[in-house]
Design a protein around this ligand. Structure first.
Ligand code: C2E
Ligand code: CA
Ligand code: CA
Ligand code: CA
Length: 280
């Protein structure tokens, strides 16, 4: 038994070491990824749903990392970027890139299209973040109202005076703010009142089980109703099936995003959809 224990321990420490090495390699690779131009943005449509008419009103920019020919999911590397502080430089790149792309689409005749960009708390806490956003908007000749910044509850949870001040500056600038993944964090309904939000995104964990799960239905209905009664635009995430759409129609939820419409795609691959060439 002692020998077996030893062998198990050796295996265990070898695993630990391998994990530590993978982490180190990840951090090293990420440190070079920006200059090697390995990041790209994919875009997923956000639709307005009116009866059977579905119209793309916005796109969400989602970060991808092309590492050794494979596309890595942001869930795999964003935490590492946040840990190392590189999320500031990468977040800046994302914002600039998304704004430029949106401007191109607007000039090509999609004047009303908006773009959503995800923010990390580290970005918001850098000095004069709102000033940086204003500069990027000016440089890309975009109206501030074309840009939506998505923030999460965990970011608001820190509830610092700096966060609130920054969000107010962004709101004054005319940028729109969305609360992402609503309902998954340590939700405090007070956030909805305290912060200058215009958009509430209902997390896909509430949509996936609809219409079969009666409890989810009740919760999703309550969240949508709450958003509407606070005057927010409510976007349902993770819309994958016609049953989801039927539910959203019944609840008067006007905005939806999910694989039913499109997976995130590179800009050029999204263009036929933006031109309305593929009906949903
Ligand atoms: P998120 O902001 O909640 O983005 C939506 C995620 O849900 C995306 O995953 C998207 O591909 C996925 N999704 C969309 N529709 C469906 C659907 O119908 N079914 C299912 N199962 N999934 C769907 P993705 O692209 O892997 O991004 C994961 C997360 O990484 C994002 O979640 C966001 O929190 C973060 N992220 C992505 N890009 C950035 C970025 O530029 N900056 C920061 N700070 N975070 C980012
Ligand atoms: Ca988001
Ligand atoms: Ca989300
Ligand atoms: Ca999410």
């Amino acid at each position: 038994a002692k020998e077996a224990g030893k062998a198990q321990f050796a295996r265990y420490s070898a695993e630990l070491q391998a994990t530590a090495q993978r982490r180190l390699a990840l951090h090293n690779d990420l440190a070079l990824a920006l200059e090697r131009e390995e990041f790209e943005l994919h875009y997923q449509p956000i639709c307005r749903i009116d009866g059977d008419r579905h119209r793309i009103i916005a796109v969400e920019a989602l970060l991808r990392w092309r590492r050794d020919g494979r596309l890595e999911s942001p869930l795999q590397f964003i935490p590492a970027l946040e840990e190392s502080g590189q999320i500031i430089a990468v977040g800046d790149w994302v914002l600039r890139r998304a704004c430029r792309q949106l401007r191109r689409w607007q000039l090509a005749g999609l004047g009303e299209l908006r773009c959503s960009v995800n923010l990390s708390s580290r970005q918001l806490l850098q000095p004069d973040f709102a000033g940086r956003v204003a500069a990027i908007l000016a440089e890309s000749e975009l109206a501030p109202a074309s840009l939506v910044l998505e923030i999460t509850e965990s970011l608001l949870m820190q509830d610092s005076a700096e966060t609130l001040a920054c969000l107010r500056e962004l709101a004054v600038l005319g940028v729109r703010l969305a609360l992402d993944d609503f309902g998954t964090g340590y939700s405090s309904l007070g956030y909805l009142k305290r912060f200058p939000l215009q958009i509430l995104k209902v997390d896909r964990s509430f949509i996936g089980g609809i219409p079969d799960d009666p409890e989810l239905r009740v919760i999703a209905r309550a969240i949508i109703g709450l958003g509407h009664s606070l005057g927010l635009e409510v976007v349902a995430e993770g819309v994958e099936r016609p049953g989801h759409l039927d539910f959203l129609h019944d609840e008067d939820c006007r905005y939806a995003q999910g694989y039913w419409f499109s997976r995130p795609r590179p800009a050029t691959a999204l263009e036929p959809l933006l031109r309305g060439e593929c009906g949903f």
